[in-house]
Design a protein around this ligand. Sequence first.
Ligand code: ZN
Ligand code: ZN
Length: 422
Amino acid sequence: MPSKKSEKAILIVCDGIGDRPIPTLKGKTPLEAATKPTLDKLAAKGATGLLHVLSPGIPPGSDTGHLSLFGYDPRDCYTGRGPFEALGAGLDLKPTDVAFRGNFATVKVSGDDSFEVLDRRAGRNLPEGRKLAKLINGLKLPNHPEVEVIVGHTVEHRCVVVLRGKNLSSAISDTDPHGFSDSVLAATPLDDSKEAKRTAQIINEFTREVHRILSKSPINSSRKKAGQLEANIVLVRGAGVLPVIPPLKTMFGISAACVAGGALYKGVARSVGMEILTVPGATATYDTDVEAKARATAKALETHDFVFLHFKPTDSAAHDKNPKKKMEMVEKFDHMVATLLPLIDMDYTHIAITGDHTTSSTNGKHTGNPVPLLLVGHAVRNDDVKEFSERACAKGGLGHLLGMAVMPLLMSYLDRSPMFGA
Ligand code: ZN
Ligand code: ZN
């Protein structure tokens, strides 16, 4: 068994991998209906089970789901989505900052001066996102010039908004109506503090100012001429402050790296002390370069004990209610794992493959169904399961586990889980 070389681990997360039975797939899930020889081969070699990422029946967000997978209890350390997005966009947050996830969106002004939402994502395809963010980054709010406004673009229609200054609060509601209302919502304070009231006013002023600036932008005139939706407002959600989380180095004594395309995943990884690697072609969209990601993972393993490899498009396909596309993306995920395996030494590597939640291709939402889990490596006692899918893994030797168990299990194979007792 290994002695000179050190033991390594890879956590591969296929976002939103679980699903519910789909009538058009003859009652199978997209994972069951997909052709995935590599995942099935690994299942035959390893141990499988079902993972309740937060706790049974609770639909996880991608942020809380990943915190659990990294071994943390989100109930102790989760402060909202915004700060993870900001960290993932490469912004450095101060403890007094309030960060939001933002969407460039399309609105029209209706009769009562409210903003009617025509598209929450400004058509999703927004190659001008970086330029639009620049237009409003650093904007001075007429009634609150003392507050610094930072806007950074991430991918597609997504951006982050950070308010920097004194006496701010994250206890304010979203302006993003999430499809439940036709209009941009006014931010409201969620507690009785002066700070929350003030921050809500600041965000409402931000909404109006951003609309004023973006509506006049030549970028939007060109988009209109080309028959595209204007990106003329920013909707915000998930207000939060920088979370205080002990790094993985402290928890398990490991050096860790992250290979991901989406800002949220990079941000959660950064919050637990992972090094965020830049991988050209890792876009978190359907056309993400999985071979580049596999190569980056293998390379990172040479200099780190642990690599987190994230794959997003399965979740996007389910949100788009497109089970066939999700099936296709499972096959792409299988190809990523197939590219990775020949590049690593399985005598010294343990791999966990799982998801951060189920995303239903039928209702387009995260659900409380558990996700399949697969562990493989020389220290793993294999079971009789020969297929990586929700129903096959239900028969696996790992049984039912909570998301927070994945890291201690993986670390125990590396003999890095600290002993409890004497
Ligand atoms: Zn997710
Ligand atoms: Zn999702």
